[in-house]
Ligand binder design. Structure first.
Ligand SMILES: NC(=O)c1ccc[n+]([C@@H]2O[C@H](COP(=O)([O-])OP(=O)(O)OC[C@H]3O[C@@H](n4cnc5c(N)ncnc54)[C@H](OP(=O)(O)O)[C@@H]3O)[C@@H](O)[C@H]2O)c1
Length: 373
């Protein structure tokens, strides 16, 4: 049995510590992957900083992390799609309430993955590039395709144009970079937002029009751009995104719905250990106030809203639509780009804390990645 090492979080708010971990064999519908590259997401440092608010169900010690790329070392009895030695990327779901399992976290050498949340990596794609795909793609897919969110047509090779437009607020984020590509691959036109330095990035992924979200007239400008078009709804990414999207969707013709990826306030101030005790009540108050204001605004404008939880696709048809039916060929044929580009900041399990600290300080159209030798 292989020996395993993990970056453990031993208690709420604790810094990560590299130490040995058990090797866990797969259940029938799972595979085990030897990780070669693992990406870091805001969720990882949010759980670490805001453990009293977010993911309160977690049993500690545990292993964080969602994005893995590596080689299959063992497959469960019911798995027919993968063999030992296959190169795969996958969305690790160890921090979900129904998993709550360190074996299914990404920040270690060996991760147990659900077969339906895993996809082959084409020879043309490095492990570092592949690791940027899973969580951001899953989150975008939940918002765009689940029937309790926007319920859009699924992506497919040569999809006929629908003649409808999707608003992706926050197109240069990881989630946004994947939302643009998924919506375009499903036959929708995309209007998005980004800083001007990332206009080329989002248009290269298929966005038809892009607006600077710092502009004081951005909401009015997007409302004007939507005149004469039919909106299929919006996916709101970024702390200030939901209120802006509700204003736009409320003034447009078409589906009056906003799928929301981000909480309306930042958890950043909770990362400072010295200030956390004082900041926690403030963050809770801001969260309650912002949520109430958003609910009032969306009711007044008759716009439906729903938060996205980026792993819910594992329990419905969207997981297989993406990880089995769409991504493998789209990645192999270059129709789907691993975006944004990886920035490799470490080369071992002991580097995950450093990588989380870098992600928290902020990135722009980039994904923080750690390779595992
Ligand atoms: N609900 C879920 O399950 C789930 C899953 C994953 C992520 N998320 C959330 O989704 C958000 C994005 O995550 P990510 O990993 O994709 O982020 P990320 O790549 O770390 O985001 C960095 C980008 O954020 C953009 N940005 C900063 N402020 C913004 C704003 N107010 N509006 C729009 N864009 C803004 C910046 O764009 P420019 O550089 O162009 O200015 C930058 O490129 C986070 O809030 C994260 O917590 C939620």
């Amino acid at each position: 049995m292989p020996t395993n090492t993990a970056a453990w979080i031993t208690a709420k708010n604790a810094r990560l510590e590299a130490a040995s971990a058990p090797y866990t064999p797969p259940a029938d519908d799972q595979i085990v992957v030897r990780n070669h590259a693992v990406a870091v997401n805001p969720l990882d440092w949010i759980i670490q900083s805001a453990g009293n608010l977010a993911y309160r169900w977690l049993n500690y010690p545990t292993v964080l992390g969602s994005d893995v790329a590596g080689e299959v070392v063992e497959v469960g009895e019911a798995v027919t799609r993968f063999r030992v030695g296959d190169r795969v990327l996958g969305h690790a779901v160890g921090t979900d309430k129904d998993s709550n399992s360190p074996a299914e976290g990404a920040f270690q050498q060996y991760t147990v993955l659900l077969e339906r949340m895993t996809c082959p990596i084409p020879d043309t794609l490095s492990f570092e590039d592949a690791a940027v795909v899973p969580l951001a793609t899953s989150t975008a897919a939940c918002g765009l395709f689940q029937t309790d969110h926007l319920g859009l047509r699924h992506p497919a090779a040569g999809a006929e144009p629908t003649g409808q437009t999707v608003l992706v607020w926050g197109g240069s984020t990881s989630v946004g970079s994947n939302a643009i590509q998924l919506a375009v691959a499903a036959g929708y036109e995309v209007i998005t937002t980004a800083s001007p330095r990332n206009f080329d990035h989002v248009t290269s992924l298929g966005a038809g029009q892009v607006f600077d979200y710092h502009s004081p007239t951005v909401v009015a400008d997007i409302i004007a751009a939507l005149k004469g078009r039919t909106l299929a709804g919006a996916i709101a990414i970024g702390t200030t995104s939901a209120a802006a999207c509700v204003s736009i969707v409320g003034s447009a013709t078409g589906t009056r719905f906003v799928a929301m990826a981000s909480p309306p306030v930042s958890f950043d101030s909770l990362a400072d250990e010295g200030r956390r005790r004082f900041e926690l009540p403030r963050v809770i108050l801001r969260l309650i106030t912002a949520n109430v204001a958003l609910q009032v605004k969306s009711r007044l404008r008759r716009v439906g809203t729903k938060n996205i939880f980026g792993t819910t696709l594992k329990a419905n048809e969207v997981s297989t639509a993406i990880y089995r039916d769409f991504l493998p060929r789209a990645l192999a044929e270059g129709r789907y780009i691993a975006a944004p580009k990886p920035t490799v900041v470490g080369h071992g399990v002991h580097d995950f804390q450093h990588a989380m600290d870098i992600q928290r300080k902020g990135v722009s159209a980039a994904k923080v990645v750690v390779t595992l030798p």
